[in-house]
Design a protein around this ligand. Sequence first.
Ligand code: G7M
Length: 339
Amino acid sequence: MSDSNSQNDEFLEPKRKECKIEHKDENGVSDSQLELKDFVLEKILNSSTNRKTVCVLGKFKDKSGVAIVFLEKNAFREEDLDNKGYFSVNTELKKFFQNDIYGNFECFPPASINGVKTTIIYPATDKHIAKFSQQQVHIVLETPELYDKLTLPHLEKEQFNLQWVYNILEGTSEQDRIVHDNKCEREGFVLLPDLKWDGVTTETLYLLAIVRQRGIKSLRDLDETHLPLLRRIRDEGKKKILEKYNVAGSQLRIYLHYQPSFYHLHVHFTYLKHEAPGIYAEKSHLLDTVIDNIEMIGDYYKKATLPFTIREMDNIFNIYETNGHVQRIKQENIELIDK
Ligand code: G7M
């Protein structure tokens, strides 16, 4: 299940330097270094005791614009549960109390296994802030007509920049992270660790397959002409993950998001036991089911009503609200529900 030590070291080294992050502009050109000691907190956007994450908004001293910093405590890795890891001489144990056979402590393991996964978005836009903020969520049922009339015009006007995707496909970013690269322009794709994954901890395995073909925005655009591409992603993706991470295809959740955040077709591969964000029924569509639906009805996704979630701070919420498809809950009603 684990990767080789040399690969672990490769990932641990940047972790020790984690407080200093090189910032690159949209073309991947390095322009400055961000340091966490220069970060000035403005607001907590979201915090989850369950996931052990916190997302904050703030500024870096002497830098214009705002930044989002997302911190996540890492999952325990099997290979750290030994006398070099948690049970090593370098682990400190602070006692809270001992009562009969019950002891309660706080343990301070070696820094090398105690990293906090950190994602920085700088400069962050209002849309990033909305995406990472805690807010009320609603489901809408998007018919093909609603897609054409409301969703499509909105996403054509307003969507997240795809530069990071093109940087990967054109070979200017994250090249050392690529697990598989099928260069076929029509049916090729790049498989690499998702931003959310450290690339090492099998328990939280999370990879993305990004298609080379441009112009396929989402599940909605898929039809029978895409079947060879979809089958290739599924089959080659499983094979490469088995070879590199020793995780069987039957232990993978392979799916697409609807709506995605980024409108360039990509497929998520996560470890089945890992509850990654966005795996729930209202958002994820298993690739096997997608392939099966299209095999039965070639234009299935052009005809289907697809549910998706919208959050009250998203601009698309206003569009669906104005057209009478969702209703914002008034603050006093929320308080009543909470009681
Ligand atoms: O919801 P959607 O299907 O659009 O998911 C997009 C995925 O892309 C998420 O799981 C993100 O964590 C991932 N992602 C986003 N960015 C900006 C990057 C990036 O720069 N590199 C990588 N490897 N993954 C990213």
